[in-house]
Design a protein around this ligand. Structure first.
Ligand SMILES: Cc1ncc(COP(=O)(O)O)c(C=O)c1O
Length: 394
C-alpha cells in the first residue's frame, strides 16, 4: 500500500489516478483532463511528455541507465557539470550531484560546516529566515522554520532565524558574526513557507555582510531556480558561495539535484590531506538518465528563450488579477511564474481542489495559500483558465 505524503491516511480523499500526461495536461483514469497548475510540485517546466526530454532519456537508457560515481564517471555527468559551470554565474563551477533537493541542501550545509572545520574555524551557527523551508530531512528541518510541516521535530539547535528585513539582518550579523558559519536563504521567493516574496536589496546587503564577516552565503534555489522568480537564477543578481538546484533541473522528469560550490569553498576541501575531503556520496548521484534529461532541459530553456515565456506569464497574471479582490483574500502576490492568493482563513480554501478539478484544473492549495506555478509552456488561454477558476472560487 502507498503511504502518501503530508496526508492523514485515514481521512485523505482518494488521489486522481493519472494514466497519461502531455504538455500541461494530466489525464485521469475516469477520462478527464486537467491543466496541472502547479507543475508537479514546481518542477515540470516544459510540460509532460516533451519529445526532446523523452528522447534524451531513451537514448541514454540504450547505453546505460546508471553507474555509480565512486571510482567511475561518464559522459552525461561530465557534460552536465561542464554545462552548469559555464551556464551558472561567477565561479559557481563545482557540481556535487544528489538525488533530491533535501539531500542537496544537506550537502550544502555540510559543505559550509566542514569548510570551517577544515580551516580550523569553530563557527557553527546557521543563520536562516523565518518561514523558510529547505526540505524534510533532519538538518533541513532544523534550519527551516515551518512548523506546519515540521512540528513533530522541534529541536532547533545552532540556528538563528530572522525576518527578511534589512535591520534584522544587520542586527543578526552585528550580534552573532563570531558564531555564524553560513546564511541560507530561499532567495526572493519563500515557497512552502507561503509564497512570500521579498526584495533583492535584502540579498545584496546579505552578500556585503557575509563578505565583511567571512560567512558563507547559500542560495537554496531548488524552487526558485530556472526562472520561477522572473530571474533565470537569483544567483545571477547576487552571487552566493554555494547554490542548490533541484526540481526543474531535469525538467521534473527524474529526481535529481546539485549543490554547486564556488572557488573559495572548493579550495577549502582541496589538498593533500584526505581528511579534508567532503564525505558524502548518494548512491544515485550523477545518475545518467537524470543528467541526460537535465542537459536536454537546459538546452530547451536556453534555445527557446524561456525567460521570454516567463515574462509573458507574469504579464498575464498581472493583467488577469488587476481587478480582483475579495473580502476573503488578504493579498495577491505575483512574481515571475508564481501567483499566490493568501486568504485570511485557511478554511475558506476547503473544497477548492475538487472545485478546480471539476473545471479541468489540478491545484493543491495549502494552509492559507492558493497558488499557481504553471509549466512555462502554458498557452495564454490555458493560463487565463487557471486564473479564472481561482477567481471564481471567491
Ligand atoms: C526551497 C526548497 N528546498 C528544498 C526542497 C526539498 O526538495 P525535495 O523535495 O526534492 O527534497 C524544496 C521542496 O519543495 C524546496 O522548495
Amino acid at each position: 500500500m502507498i503511504w502518501y505524503p503530508y496526508e492523514q491516511m485515514k481521512t485523505m480523499k482518494p488521489p486522481y489516478e493519472i494514466v497519461d500526461a502531455e504538455g500541461v495536461y494530466l489525464y485521469t483514469k475516469e477520462g478527464d483532463k486537467m491543466i496541472d497548475s502547479i507543475s508537479s510540485w514546481w518542477s515540470v517546466i516544459h510540460g509532460y511528455k516533451h519529445p526532446v526530454l523523452t528522447k534524451a532519456i531513451k537514448e541514454q537508457a540504450d547505453v546505460f541507465s546508471h553507474v555509480m560515481l565512486g571510482g567511475l564517471t561518464h559522459k552525461a555527468v561530465q557534460k552536465l557539470s561542464d554545462k552548469l559551470a559555464s551556464w551558472l554565474p561567477g565561479d559557481l563551477d563545482y557540481c556535487f550531484f544528489s538525488d533530491s533537493g533535501s539531500v542537496a541542501v544537506e550537502v550544502a550545509l555540510k559543505m559550509a560546516l566542514q569548510f570551517n572545520v577544515n580551516r580550523k574555524d569553530g563557527r557553527k551557527t546557521v543563520l536562516s529566515l523565518t518561514h523558510s523551508y529547505h526540505g524534510d530531512t533532519f538538518k533541513t528541518m532544523e534550519v527551516g522554520d515551518d512548523e506546519d510541516y515540521h512540528f513533530a521535530f522541534e529541536s532547533k539547535q545552532g540556528v538563528i532565524h530572522i525576518p527578511t528585513e534589512i535591520p534584522a539582518l544587520e542586527e543578526a550579523f552585528e550580534k552573532h558574526h563570531h558564531e555564524l558559519n553560513c546564511f541560507i536563504v530561499e532567495p526572493l521567493l519563500q515557497g512552502a513557507g507561503g509564497m512570500r516574496m521579498y526584495d533583492l536589496a535584502f540579498l545584496k546587503r546579505a552578500r556585503q555582510l557575509c563578505d565583511r564577516y567571512d560567512v558563507l552565503l547559500i542560495f537554496d534555489e531548488v524552487a526558485t531556480g530556472f526562472g520561477r522568480t522572473g530571474y533565470r537564477f537569483v544567483a545571477d543578481e547576487v552571487l552566493p558561495d554555494i547554490l542548490v538546484l533541484g526540481k526543474a533541473l531535469t525538467g521534473g522528469y527524474i529526481g535529481h539535484a546539485v549543490t554547486v560550490a564556488g572557488e573559495k569553498v572548493y579550495r577549502g576541501f582541496y589538498g593533500d590531506d584526505p581528511s579534508l575531503a567532503l564525505m558524502h556520496g548518494p548512491t544515485f548521484m550523477g545518475n545518467a538518465l537524470a543528467c541526460s534529461a537535465a542537459l536536454a532541459s537546459i538546452e530547451l530553456f536556453e534555445g527557446q528563450d524561456y525567460m521570454a515565456k516567463i515574462r509573458r506569464i507574469t504579464e498575464i497574471m498581472r493583467r488577469e488579477m488587476a481587478d480582483f479582490s475579495s473580502p476573503k483574500v488578504k493579498e495577491v502576490r505575483i512574481m515571475g511564474g508564481c501567483v499566490c492568493l493568501e486568504v485570511y482563513d485557511g478554511a475558506s480554501l476547503a473544497g477548492y481542489q475538487e472545485f478546480a478539478g471539476k473545471q479541468g484544473v489540478f491545484a493543491r492549495p495549502f494552509l492559507k495559500y492558493l497558488y499557481a506555478m504553471p509549466p512555462y509552456v502554458i498557452a495564454e488561454e490555458e493560463l487565463v483558465k487557471v486564473l479564472s477558476v481561482m477567481k471564481a472560487w471567491f
